[in-house]
Ligand binder design. Structure first.
Ligand code: CS2
Length: 476
């Protein structure tokens, strides 16, 4: 695969690019989202892609002239394009100093990230930097930084000490107030540093809301990409046709004309963020956990199952929707209809195992705040309790219960910790309370009613099955 062989699919055309953007997290999401917007915006902006650990994607892209394809799949048909906007790809784990150098370089004007919720070393309860995280401890000791926060912080410090050119830090992960949150974490890391006042003047941290369903690459997608491209792509990215990006227009060193590609610049990003995190991501999690426990490999399969669709509608409409403020002139009915249509995309086959993975870092962004809000109003959020219970049943060993292959395949950084908690706990109630306290927040764990509901649902799922638990939630 090279520029000539895929010329007719190239979005960025043949124009020369320079690296204005360093992007941390060269996963499929970035490659089907920001990279596509940047290619379509034109203007010569190039991206240096930084993979966190695995060399697979970076090697494939470097062997292909920085190229890969985006395979858009829906029941209406498929199409392919090649963003062609990366100037190179490196791997952070093998060369952390190169990452700091790249962010420090004077012609880098934006550093952006999709490193997942897990990548920020943030304490989920306090939303502060986890100062006991081994990566943060090591980075603070003065070693070459390896965490994303450490790398950006040290690079900002070096920019302040050397050329002083301004830069924008653009978080593109599914986190509440993602820009402001990143700023807090970086300032905590740099506490007492001389760079603090320079950062206040020269670094912007716009909030952004990103949206596109992008599964992991498999051989099936490689074969489909080959059919449409006519050449082999080692690393194509499957994606749904829908894409959305809303961000604040605060960039201290310029930006691509992303609006040309359909991005929305808005002063209501927080409203969009919460709407998406709760209605889309929160409901998605419930579909994934109920689906996996009911034996479904994919989200469209799960969503087509009557009791799961009913639970999804209930959590979305009765528990998430009342806790958000809609952006101005927003057609929420059409948005909800489009979510159910997007989850039905069986040409894409997004896996329950993928959406269910990393629940211990994803769910804290989705569940506790709406749950607490409803509890304060005297309303028991039955389906939020069911979400937490179904997640626990998927990832915590519960005696005599087999959650099935899709749940067993879920990856979660807290699996070991939760396994230890399960071993120490004298009852399911004790396990549930400690898990909620450690993963979500003490405040939620202290709501005895909520913890009791979660405990009840865990008991019903393990004794009578997930369908019985969903029936109970629907009745309550
Ligand atoms: C999903 C998201 O895996 C998950 O938790 O909810 O990756 C979701 O597909 C994207 O945020 C859609 O924009």
């Amino acid at each position: 695969m090279n520029r000539t062989s895929v010329r007719k699919h190239l979005l960025a055309g043949q124009a020369p690019m320079s690296t204005g953007i360093v992007h941390l997290g060269l996963g499929n999401f970035h490659r089907a989202h920001q990279a596509v917007y940047t290619a379509q915006a034109g203007g010569g902006w190039g991206i240096l892609g930084v993979a966190s650990r695995s060399a697979e994607v970076a090697d494939a892209m470097n062997a292909q002239d920085g190229l890969y394809s985006v395979l858009e799949l829906s029941p209406e048909g498929s199409s392919i394009s090649v963003p062609g906007v990366h100037t190179g790809a490196i791997v952070a784990a093998g060369n952390p100093a190169a990452v700091v150098d790249a962010i420090t370089a004077e012609d880098t004007r934006i550093v952006s990230m999709t490193v997942t919720e897990h990548g920020y070393c943030m304490d989920p309860g306090t939303h502060r930097l986890a100062l006991d995280h081994p990566g943060i401890v090591a980075d603070l000791s003065g070693a070459t930084p390896r965490t994303v926060i450490g790398q950006i912080a040290r690079a900002l410090e070096r920019r302040a000490e050397t050329h002083g050119a301004p830069i924008t830090v653009l978080n593109c992960d599914n986190m509440q107030s993602n820009g402001a949150q990143t700023r807090e974490l970086i300032l905590e890391f740099l506490q007492g540093s001389k760079a603090e006042s320079w950062i206040a003047e020269n670094v912007a941290f716009p909030n952004s809301m990103v949206d596109r369903i992008v599964p992991a690459t498999t051989d099936t997608y490689r074969a489909a990409a080959y059919e449409l491209l006519g050449v082999h792509d080692r690393s194509p990215v499957p994606a749904e046709p829908f894409t959305m990006w809303v961000m604040e227009d605060r960039f201290t060193a310029g930006r691509p004309a992303w609006e040309r590609a359909g991005a929305i610049f808005s002063d209501e990003v927080e409203a969009y963020e919460l709407l998406k995190l709760r209605l889309l991501n929160g409901t998605h999690s419930l579909i994934a956990y109920l689906g996996a426990l009911d034996g479904h490999a994919t989200i469209p399969e799960a969503r087509a199952t009557g009791f799961i669709e009913a639970a999804a509608r209930a959590v979305l409409e009765d528990e998430y929707l009342p806790t958000v403020t809609l952006p101005r002139d927003f057609d929420v009915k059409a948005y909800i209809a489009s979510l159910f249509e997007r989850w039905s995309n069986d040409a894409l086959g997004h896996r329950t195992q993928q959406v269910g993975s990393d629940g211990s870092v994803k769910l804290p962004q989705r569940v506790p705040e709406p749950a607490l809000e409803l509890l304060k109003q005297g309303v028991m959020p039955e389906h939020l309790a069911l979400t937490v219970a179904a997640w626990l049943c998927c990832v915590v060993p519960l005696s005599g219960f087999d959650p099935g292959p899709h749940a067993r395949a879920m990856v979660d950084p807290a699996r070991e910790r939760l396994g230890a908690l399960a071993a120490q706990s004298r009852s399911t109630g004790e396990l549930v309370r400690s898990a909620i306290g450690q993963v979500f927040s003490i405040e939620l764990a202290e709501s005895n009613d909520f913890a009791r509901r979660v405990t009840d649902y865990v008991a019903v799922i393990t004794r009578d099955g997930v369908r019985a638990a969903a029936r109970e939630a629907a009745r309550s």
